[in-house]
Design a protein around this ligand. Structure first.
Ligand code: PLP
Length: 424
């Protein structure tokens, strides 16, 4: 379910025309719907009841301040993977007591920052990190709460690059080491080990992998309890997939998330443990679009390139993950309008800067607007200034209002990022 639809022949985000945003903010631009974000967060919480107080939104999916503040208002926690994300979550009003910190390569400075901030939980991913964190905690006379991230050796996800739970992936301690390291952690002076975590991948649409991985995790919890460890927390990560290919009008969310909730209840039945969740994509994905303008149409004998003003630096998913994004024209096509198969490409000097090939769209002309749908997650958050392009702006819509929650960078800011060496 999302809130991007045609009204009087023009595509709108909630009650705001995307033509208006294109004129007033310019293109390319990301546009997010508050109503969609709120709805997805609520549906997720409903699905994982009674553990709705431990839903930690994965900031890396979309860390825009407006998005974070919208979710913070609803009581969301944050799953973070860097000091920058912790700071951003705090700046958005998410209290430290609702922040968890994941990631394989947390630096000593980042761990110290997290300990000083008093965040809810640090998800420790290796023995080296465990030792480093315990030293940092002990030096401060603190015992930060940790869970041990275990690699269940069952991966899943929409693409090899977003699968994290395979034995070959870098994430978490190995399954066979989990119990030994848990016992070790329980004897360390600078940490307080509370439980386990797993995150097997992203864009997971087949829940059988979750089921298998979570049952393995349950087995570890039960073994540890037999050994006398009071395992209190089990963080089940994120990764719930969303449909990228859709028909219009389109309903999504409740059904998938109900099934996810049912699966969770089944695999944890009778375990008596505090569950945690780290959803990212399923909250933000369908809540955002990338609005872009057609610059040129380069028609060759055998194909037509639709050259738009957004590039792979603004939305890298197609280039990086071979991802599919639905493309809609902002002007609703007349019934029976002529359609053309376009290769939709950006201005970047890379052949990989191709959003799609041979996509059937209504015949376009320069100046027309299109949107890449389902771009709210891993869109703007992965954008860059490659080719010295200005970082893409972001807009948050609420009803009939909108706010520019990240203005387009200026050329002064872009150039000002660099410094001259003293000898030049
Ligand atoms: C990326 C990530 C998530 C979020 O994944 P989604 O697919 O966006 O739900 C959650 N937890 C961890 C540890 C992650 O790295």
């Amino acid at each position: 379910m999302h809130h991007f639809d045609y009204s009087n022949g023009v595509l709108c985000a909630e009650d705001v025309s995307l033509e208006t945003i294109a004129v007033e903010v310019g293109t390319p631009v990301y546009v997010y719907s508050s109503a969609t974000l709120e709805r997805h967060y609520r549906v997720f919480c409903e699905a994982v009841k009674p553990h709705q107080d431990h839903v930690f939104y994965a900031v890396k999916a979309n860390g825009n301040l407006g998005v974070l503040m919208t979710l913070a208002r609803l009581g969301a926690g944050a799953d973070t993977v860097s000091e920058g994300e912790i700071r951003k979550a705090l700046a958005a009003g998410i209290p430290a007591s609702k922040i968890v910190f994941s990631g394989v390569g947390k630096t000593a400075a980042e761990l110290a920052f997290a300990v000083d901030a008093g965040i809810y939980q640090i998800n420790v991913e290796s023995e080296g990190e465990l030792e480093a964190l315990s030293r940092i905690g002990a030096a401060r006379g603190k015992r930060p709460a940790i869970v041990l991230r275990v690699n269940p050796e069952i991966g899943a996800g929409g693409h090899a690059k977003i699968t994290t739970g395979d034995a070959a992936n870098k994430f978490g301690v190995s399954f066979s080491e989990a119990e030994r390291l848990y016992a070790k952690a329980s004897n360390m002076p600078g940490v307080s080990v509370k439980g386990l975590a797993a995150h097997i991948g992203s864009q997971v649409t087949e829940f059988s992998a979750y089921r298998a991985a979570f049952l393995k995790m349950r087995g570890v919890v039960e073994n540890l309890r037999k050994q006398g460890h009071p395992v209190e927390r089990l963080d089940l990560g994120g990764g719930v997939g969303i449909p990228y290919e859709m028909t219009h009008p389109y309903e999504h969310g409740t059904e998938t998330l109900d099934a996810y909730g049912d699966m969770i209840r089944q695999v944890t039945d009778g375990l008596d443990i505090e569950l945690g969740f780290e959803p990212g994509r399923v909250i933000a994905g369908n809540a955002g679009i990338l609005l872009t303008k057609v610059l040129y149409i380069n028609e060759r004998a055998d194909r037509a390139f639709l050259i738009v003003d957004a590039g792979m630096n603004d939305l890298v998913r197609p280039a990086m993950y071979e991802a599919y994004h639905e493309i809609w024209p902002v002007r609703q096509p007349e019934p029976g309008a002529k359609s053309v198969a376009y290769d939709v490409v950006g201005p970047i000097c890379e052949s990989g800067d191709t959003f799609t090939t041979s996509r059937s769209l209504p015949a376009m002309k320069p100046g027309d607007l299109i949107v890449m749908k389902t771009a709210g997650a891993y869109g703007a958050s992965m954008s860059s200034t490659y080719n010295q392009r200005l970082l893409v702006p972001e807009v948050l819509v609420k009803g009939g209002d909108y706010a520019v929650t990240r203005p387009r960078q200026t050329y002064e800011e872009l150039i000002g990022l660099d410094r001259k060496p003293g000898w030049l």
